[in-house]
Design a protein around this ligand. Structure first.
Ligand SMILES: [Zn+2]
Length: 282
């Protein structure tokens, strides 16, 4: 098991090496500040940085099967936290043979890039909530509620989300199953400019409140449930999330979205934050 310190914002640590897998170029430690890419919902990319001065090119989930075999990233056949499997984080390095189990290692995350991804991830959650609000009138049936109690278009239709440096890109499937759930997809294409304006006005209003953002955790392990929590004027928004975030909406600068649907089956929302650190990373 790897304890994680990125939810509290850590970008460096000294930790003990617990596993070295030279054939997989992987080094594991008892704790890490590195955010790994998730193997089933890879929205936020892995942190970059160094371990004992050696470049960390990727950070992935590691799982040891009940038979004792370690698998990494996409080759893990079960969901994060599945019982019977041991869960850890693997730092991918060029030469894992220079690491020794039991030795201490110095871990350093590239902080500017982390901050840019944290800005992008918080902006992504805000934009999704603002999009849900703008589309609330498009539902003719009861929909699952989002973190503010509105119909959850994002949670229902999002098929791909990617966190970028100071931004995000989300794709929503406007298909038959969404129509069956009572969403009026036919009305959408002609309304995009109006919707985009509504989302951006709400984002401006939310950011003007300078609300605090925090991550709550149920424990220190990578498999423990974590939530993004933000006090918005409509109420406290709480969303299950394994990513990294800023601590205040003031860190985002201005956030705006563009909505496009070149393919009528696919709504694309591109979010960008004008935060001061936006030019510094990935
Ligand atoms: Zn998230």
């Amino acid at each position: 098991m790897t304890n994680v310190t990125f939810p509290a914002g850590a970008v460096s640590a000294t930790a003990t090496v617990t596993e070295v897998l030279p054939s997989l170029s992987a080094v594991m430690t008892d704790s890490t500040p590195f955010h790994p890419v998730d193997h089933t919902w890879p929205d936020q990319p892995a942190d970059t940085g160094t371990i004992e001065g050696e470049a960390v090119s990727d950070v992935v989930m590691a799982a040891r099967s009940p038979e004792g075999e370690w698998l990494l990233g996409e080759s893990i056949p079960v969901k994060r936290g599945t019982e019977g499997w041991a869960w850890a984080i693997a730092h991918i390095v060029h030469d894992a043979t220079r690491f020794t189990v039991g030795h201490r290692a110095d871990l350093r995350v590239e902080a500017d890039r982390r901050q840019a991804l944290s800005i992008g991830h918080t902006a992504c959650h805000l934009a999704s909530l603002a999009l849900n609000a703008a589309l609330a009138g498009y539902w003719s049936k009861d929909a699952r509620p989002d973190a503010l109690g509105r119909p959850d278009f994002d949670g229902t239709a999002n098929q791909r989300s990617r966190i970028l440096a100071s931004g995000a890109r989300d794709e929503f499937r406007l298909g038959k199953s969404l129509r069956k759930k009572g969403f009026d997809t036919a009305r959408l294409p002609a309304s995009l400019p109006e919707l985009q304006g509504a989302v951006n006005r709400r984002l401006d209003a939310w950011i003007a409140t300078a609300a605090a953002v925090r991550i709550t955790t149920e424990g220190p392990n990578i498999t423990d449930l974590r939530k993004w929590v933000c006090e918005l004027p409509e109420g406290t928004a709480s969303i299950a999330c394994g990513g990294t975030h800023v601590t205040s909406l003031t860190e985002l600068g201005a956030v705006s979205v563009t909505l496009t649907a070149e393919d009528p089956q696919l709504l694309v929302m591109e979010t960008s934050a004008a935060a001061l650190s936006s030019g510094s990373a990935a």
